[in-house]
Design a protein around this ligand. Structure first.
Ligand SMILES: Cc1cc2nc3c(=O)[nH]c(=O)nc-3n(C[C@H](O)[C@H](O)[C@H](O)COP(=O)(O)OP(=O)(O)OC[C@H]3O[C@@H](n4cnc5c(N)ncnc54)[C@H](O)[C@@H]3O)c2cc1C
Length: 448
């Protein structure tokens, strides 16, 4: 493919056409969803690209990560594998009502699932390396940081440092889960460890009302644990449609997960019987595992951004314009490190737009409208478009809402899920004058 670099002036760049020469056209820090897509697509446009990534480990740290990033190694992929594993419980129960005679105990082997999950993420880590290699991208192992507008320093696992120059630098270092600052917080784990636990907990406490908390509650309950879910609001899944949040909450409860709305944890301590958990309502309970799913912090603190003039916000997310351009003209950032919509397909979209803008000669902004999103609770929730509240605001209350709850046919004879038999379809249309627009909005609640 012919090399097609953006002409100066279309999007401002640092070198100003002054003829400086660099080792690479693009140096990418972080080989997760955004970094891999950004480097491959740029290489496809003919750019000479290098990427650095930390050594592989299922649990991330400042010195450990791996090609593929959060989604592949400790996010979407391993989580979905555990969700599949957990969903079998209901299927086994239901099977009896469809005539299957299951004699004797059905035993469950957590270690087997964990082993298979690890094999799969190791395989995918290799796939990502191969994809990069086949695209002609140079891979460098180590922690990258920015030295100046065109120089990246990579600290390799043996401590040695190399410097590389590039016309453009793309930061795609993602984010990492953080622990809420309460006494005993070191006893809690994050989603990284939760996906790699040696033993399946019998009693699990989860703090957080977001999708990761809801998903782990479903996984652990499905695999047989007692689960207590604590969150600050009245309903889980803040930001989703209120009506659907209510449906999710009642389905979680229907599965036997104990919900504790508007409740926080104040202290954890170790006892002979496990971890003692104290709440802000003065309640105490015991747990084998306490998961904090209370948010993630952008990975920027080791990148030397301040010294180079790359602006970050109060939580450390890199500030970018609509083209993912930072405050330094030669430096760009995509994905979770910019804290826009923190989902894999969004990181991919931002990275594709970056590559098209900088190396494809076709400046294009990411489009954040109608990003579809799924919550892999059991049963799952999927969402696209506006929430009812957003639609009300946008159409100045001129909307029609249609909802329907119905019993899926499968549940008519299944005992296990019959009490959760609410399939839910919410269709909303609204009109904007002077021209009449009809916008579709649909939330579909479904069983597998
Ligand atoms: C438990 C969980 C479940 C999730 N489930 C979903 C889901 O179902 N669907 C969905 O769309 N999204 C999901 N996500 C979110 C998704 O994983 C992220 O939005 C996505 O991975 C962001 O991609 P990214 O490229 O910005 O960052 P990442 O994928 O995190 O990649 C960043 C990479 O940079 C590396 N890195 C960091 N610092 C340095 C450095 N100094 N030098 C070199 N390399 C560095 C890291 O090791 C990492 O590999 C989930 C996240 C979690 C935690």
């Amino acid at each position: 493919m012919a090399r097609k670099m953006l002409k100066d002036g279309e999007v401002a760049v640092a070198d100003g056409g002054g003829g400086e020469s660099y080792e690479y056209d693009l140096f990418v820090i972080g080989a997760g969803s955004g970094g891999v897509r950004g480097s491959r697509t740029s290489a496809g446009f003919g750019a000479k690209v290098a990427i650095c990534e930390l050594p592989f480990h299922p649990i991330s740290s400042e010195w450990q990560g791996g090609h593929g990033g959060t989604c592949v190694i400790r996010g979407c992929v391993p989580k979905k594998i555990l969700v599949y594993g957990a969903a079998f419980r209901g299927e086994f129960e239901d099977a009896k009502n469809f005539g299957w005679e299951i004699n004797g105990d059905i035993n469950y082997n957590w270690k087997k699932l964990l082993e298979n999950k690890t094999q799969e993420i190791v395989r995918l880590n290799g796939v990502y390396k191969r994809i990069l290699g086949n695209s002609g991208v140079t891979m460098i192992e180590g922690a990258g940081s920015v030295v100046d507008a065109h120089t990246v320093e990579v600290t390799q696992p043996d401590g040695s440092k190399q410097r590389h120059t590039a016309k453009h630098i793309l930061i795609a270092t993602g984010s990492r889960a953080h622990l809420v600052d309460i006494p005993g917080k070191e006893l809690a784990i994050t989603s990284d460890e939760a996906l790699s636990l040696e033993e399946l907990p019998k009693r699990a406490v989860i703090l957080g009302g977001g999708y990761i908390a809801v998903e782990f509650a479903s996984i652990w309950k499905g695999l047989g644990a007692e689960v207590d879910l604590f969150y600050r609001k009245e309903l889980p899944l803040r930001g989703f449609d209120d009506e659907m949040r209510t449906v999710v909450a009642s389905n979680l409860e229907g599965r036997g997960i104990r919900l504790h709305p508007a409740t926080n944890l104040t202290e954890l301590s170790k006892t002979a019987d496990g971890i003692k958990v104290v709440t802000d309502k003065g309640d105490e309970l015991m747990a084998d595992v306490v998961l904090f799913a209370t948010g993630r912090t952008p990975n920027t603190n080791k990148l030397n951004l301040e010294a180079v003039g790359v602006e970050v916000d109060q939580i450390g997310a890199i500030k970018v314009d609509e083209f993912s351009h930072t405050s330094v003209p030669s430096i760009w950032a995509v994905g979770d490190v910019t804290n826009r919509i923190n989902l894999t397909p969004v990181a991919l979209m931002e990275a594709t737009c970056f590559a098209k803008t900088v190396f494809g000669g076709q400046p294009v902004k990411p489009d954040y409208r109608d990003v579809p999103c799924a919550v892999f609770s059991i049963p799952p929730l999927s969402v696209v478009g506006l929430s009812e509240q957003e639609a009300l605001e946008e159409a100045k209350n001129d909307i029609l809402v249609y909802t329907s709850s119905f019993n899926p046919m499968k549940n008519s004879i299944s005992k296990y899920v019959s009490y959760l038999s609410r399939d839910h379809l919410l269709i909303l249309q609204f009109h904007l004058s002077p021209c009449v627009l009809v916008k579709g909005y649909r939330i579909l609640w479904c069983f597998h």
